[in-house]
Unconditional design. Structure first.
Length: 117
């Protein structure tokens, strides 16, 4: 059974930082594209950052230069370092594996990030 479990969300003031983690079991994350998505109320789901199996990263324009996606293959864990957070970054953040465009084979349950001004 595949499980993706996110952690690290929380409340932070604008300008602050958070690091999200996504621990996988039953599936090797690095075997396919991995990604972080976010979903804010009333907004479409956005693919924030992705990491291919050969290390290529792609970021949404809205987070470029502020967020960094990485993985620890030994721990089978995906990370999202988020700096210079703004209230517009407030959303539920979801980890995904086996990603193709906006679809994924596996999803985590999400972790909430709330940024106050």
């Amino acid at each position: 059974q595949v499980q993706l479990v996110e952690s690290g969300g929380g409340s932070v003031q604008a300008g602050g930082s958070l690091t999200l983690s996504c621990a996988a079991s039953g599936y090797t994350l690095s075997s396919s594209r991995m990604a972080w998505f976010r979903q804010a109320p009333g907004k479409e789901r956005e693919r924030v950052a992705s990491l291919s199996s050969y290390g290529m990263t792609i970021y949404a324009q809205s987070v470029k230069g502020r967020f960094t996606i990485s993985q620890d293959s030994a721990k089978n864990t995906l990370y999202l370092q988020m700096n210079s957070l703004t209230p517009e970054d407030t959303a539920m953040y979801l980890c995904a594996a086996g990603v193709v465009d906006m679809n994924a084979r596996y999803w985590g349950q999400g972790t909430q990030v709330t940024v106050s001004s």
